[in-house]
Design a protein around this ligand. Structure first.
Ligand SMILES: Nc1ncnc2c1ncn2[C@@H]1O[C@H](COP(=O)(O)OP(=O)(O)O)[C@@H](O)[C@H]1O
Ligand SMILES: CC(=O)OP(=O)(O)O
Ligand SMILES: [Mg+2]
Length: 394
């Protein structure tokens, strides 16, 4: 019987999980994910040494959704965790709003406050909170810790968090929060192992997944990010539009008679790679497609990435290092190559062979900016936070 910490990371298209020994090892006992929840759901779990524990596929075109995945996961954990004692569960919670700038133990009041933020992250927050509620019913009293995507960005300079709106609106918490903070915090924590100079320098991190954002770090702290009040802003994503002139929303309301719910559906679920291509939200599918609209969607993604890179370089006052991470960033050599080619003006020189083999360093020795592929590990970051809160509560 060993004490373990369970970590759940619900993204917009996946639920990732890890089980760590409570005694603070960095390598999980086992981990895995249910991914492609709305397109082609599949489940994999593997042990610390990489042995496959379970694989399952539901088939192409099946929409399992987060609910179906949670039900499957609970059964899986019942089998796998027999003989272990769960001492804490750490959860990724996408929006912490104004109130939560660091991880917190979840109780009824915290849960109620987090529920109020669901409209600000409709693709995530309800799915982040559902397992917390289910677990609280199954095992009341079990320590559950919420770790926020927004927290890491809350120390950005005020000006980087501000919209040019009147204070009566800004004071209600309408400001830029930035997301994927657990991923950026993890990258900041390991950057020194790859590039000692970058830790105290200026680094742009491109977290490119189903949800994509980029952030500029100076001295390991976030100074700017592409996402704003919600996880809609910035880059185009699987199904989200990214930056949009707010005038478009007025046009949709006035000229096309769309209400808030119809616009929400459009900008969160029918836009981005899926909307432009009409083919898929999945970068792998688009890259394999012969449809010219698929190519157009990928082109727009790369173009916007280049524009955001320039903007973040300006916010950081230059760039010393660039890091690619998350599903697309870690696995798509062609997206990395195109992004680096567009950013050659920043002093980036890609090593094509290193890029094809996945790095970690993918820039030439002469490149002014060092470029890296570093797999993110939001789960480890969550485990560390949960263990810290667990120790403080003991
Ligand atoms: N080999 C690959 N080439 C291109 N894209 C990939 C590859 N592997 C994964 N991806 C893309 O990564 C995205 C999912 O990223 P991930 O970070 O796991 O998602 P989430 O935002 O749900 O956490 C999908 O668009 C998927 O197509
Ligand atoms: C905030 C966000 O977009 O998360 P994900 O990439 O997991 O969808
Ligand atoms: Mg993710």
């Amino acid at each position: 019987m060993s004490d373990v910490v369970l970590v759940l990371n619900a993204g917009s298209s996946s639920i990732k999980f890890s089980v760590f020994e409570a005694e603070g090892e960095n390598i999980p006992l086992f981990n895995g994910q249910a991914e492609g929840l709305y397109t082609a759901p599949r489940f994999t779990a593997k042990s610390a040494i990489g042995t496959r524990i379970r694989d399952h596929e539901w088939g192409d075109g099946v929409s399992l959704g987060h609910e179906g995945a949670i039900a499957f996961l609970i059964e899986f954990f019942r089998e796998q965790l027999a003989g272990h004692r769960i001492v804490a569960v750490g959860h990724r919670v996408v929006h912490g709003g104004l109130a939560f700038a660091q991880p917190v133990r979840v109780d009824a009041d915290v849960l109620a406050a987090l529920r109020k933020l669901s409209p600000l992250a409709p693709l995530h927050q309800p799915h982040n909170l559902a397992p917390i509620e289910i677990i609280a019913k199954l095992q009341p009293g079990l320590l559950q810790v919420a770790c926020f995507d927004t927290a890491f960005h809350r120390r950005q300079p005020e000006i980087a968090q501000a919209f040019a709106l009147p204070p009566s609106i800004t004071d209600r918490g309408v400001r830029r929060y930035g997301f994927h903070g657990l991923s950026y915090e993890y990258i900041a924590s390991v950057l020194g192992e790859f590039d000692a100079k970058a830790t105290s320098g200026r680094t742009i991190v491109a977290h490119l997944g189903n949800g994509s954002s980029m952030s500029a770090l100076v001295n390991g702290q976030s100074v700017a990010s592409t996402m704003g009040f919600t996880a809609l802003d910035g880059l185009p994503m699987g199904t989200r539009c990214g930056s949009l002139d707010p005038g478009v929303l007025l046009y949709l309301m006035d000229e096309m008679g769309m209400d808030a719910r119809a616009i929400e559906d459009l900008v969160y679920k029918q836009s981005g790679l899926l909307g432009v291509s009409g083919v898929s939200s999945d970068m792998r599918v688009l890259q394999a497609s012969k449809d010219p609209r698929a190519a157009q969607a990928v082109d727009l993604f790369v173009y916007r990435l280049g524009r955001e890179m320039g903007s973040l370089a300006a916010a950081a006052g230059g760039v010393d290092a660039l890091v690619f991470t998350a599903g697309i960033g870690e696995h798509s050599a062609s997206i990395r190559e195109r992004a680096c080619r567009d950013a050659a003006w920043l002093g980036i020189e890609l090593d094509p062979a290193a890029n094809r083999s996945g790095g970690p360093r993918i820039s030439t020795a002469a490149s002014k900016v060092s470029v890296w592929v570093i797999p993110t590990n939001e789960e480890l970051m969550i485990a560390r936070h949960a263990m810290k809160i667990g120790q403080a509560a003991a």
